[in-house]
Design a protein around this ligand. Structure first.
Ligand code: NAP
Length: 313
């Protein structure tokens, strides 16, 4: 953490927050501060306001607080005052460096409160911030939702860090969506986040490649999409079955052997080349299977590829 001063020194114009030193009680709504009013921060602050939490906001560019102020949020002129206004401080900025620049100089004001960092980052960054947070409770979090989904049932958020802080604020955090806690290693929420995003990107890349392939045959992406979605629901079954094999350390070919997959992967590469579309994605899929087979996993099922991803093949 560096000790850079807070960047926002604008005067209080609307709904000035009061310093909050009251303990959390069962009947009083938890006071919440949201630091960072980008696309996601706006959605977070809106959800807290709608749920009846006295909500204080701060943003580097003060104009982004105007709409929230009109809907009842208190606007803090400085980060320090924003922190003092609430018992639960939620920060959602572009990256870890912005978090350090913004809340880093405010350790004293944070003392005795809970800081929840919903900014994306690496597990090491989360652990570094947790190690810095000695006088207050720290939860690292990740948001598995887009802003418009926040507070809807399909939104889910991942948390790790101080268990007592999660227990104390679980109900308030559930305002944003389903809240899952992974325990006291503060890096785990970020690690789940990137692993889940990898699943998303891999799936979307596969869909986009398929759409390009069928598009070359004049099939619209919207005609392909229902079939892609139906097939994805089958693939979720494979995920569960392969997870069990991976944990067991045995990859029997209960459905199809890797060689069977490899033969079909070659058709995907050939079709892509024939259609004049990019072959990088299918060629990488093929190369991974070839490496597993070269490493002796002939006859294994698809889950045997885990050894390639582990760097052991
Ligand atoms: N949007 C999503 O769908 C989504 C989903 C899951 C997770 N997230 C995560 O949520 C975080 C915020 O995303 P977003 O979509 O809200 O981004 P965004 O719209 O670009 O907003 C970024 C926010 O960070 C602030 N900021 C950046 N650098 C700063 C600095 N040095 N000092 C102070 N404030 C600074 C910006 O302030 P200014 O307004 O002054 O520029 C703004 O409030 C990211 O970590 C993102 O990965 C986003």
């Amino acid at each position: 953490m560096n000790n850079a001063p807070a960047t926002n020194t604008a005067p209080v114009t609307k709904n000035a927050p009061a310093a909050n030193t009251a303990p959390v009680t069962d009947d009083a709504p938890v006071t919440v501060t949201v630091i960072g009013l980008g696309l996601m921060g706006q959605a977070l602050a809106t959800a807290f306001l709608k749920a009846g939490h006295p909500t204080t906001v701060w943003n580097r560019t003060p104009a982004k607080a105007e709409d929230l102020a009109a809907r009842g949020a208190a606007v803090a002129p400085t980060v320090g005052e924003a922190v003092l206004a609430s018992s639960l401080i939620v920060v959602c900025l572009s990256d870890s460096a912005a978090v350090h620049d913004t809340v880093g100089p405010h350790r004293a004001e944070l003392a005795g409160r809970t800081l929840v960092n919903l900014t994306s980052g690496t597990s090491d960054e989360a652990r570094e911030t947790a190690a810095w947070a000695t006088d207050f409770a720290y939860l690292d979090g990740a948001i598995m939702a887009i802003p418009e989904v926040i507070s809807r049932p399909e939104a889910f958020l991942l948390f790790s860090g101080a268990p007592e802080a999660f227990e104390r604020h679980e109900e308030t955090l559930k305002t944003l969506g389903n809240a899952v806690f992974f325990g006291e290693d503060p890096g785990l929420a970020s690690l789940y986040d990137v692993a889940l995003l990898g699943v998303m990107w891999g799936t979307l890349n596969a869909f986009l490649h398929g759409a390009a392939l069928l598009g070359a045959a004049k099939v619209d992406a919207s005609a392909f999409a229902p079939f892609a979605n139906q097939w994805l629901s089958s693939v979720t079954g494979f995920v569960s079955a392969y997870a069990e094999q991976i944990d067991r350390g045995a990859y029997p070919a209960e459905d199809a052997a890797l060689e069977t997959h490899l033969a079909t992967m070659k058709y995907l590469v050939r079709e892509s080349a024939a259609a004049g579309i990019d072959t990088d994605w299918p060629a990488r899929i093929q190369a991974l299977a070839e490496r597993a087979i070269e490493a002796g996993h002939t006859g294994a099922g698809y889950a045997g590829l885990i050894e390639v991803f582990r760097g052991q093949a």
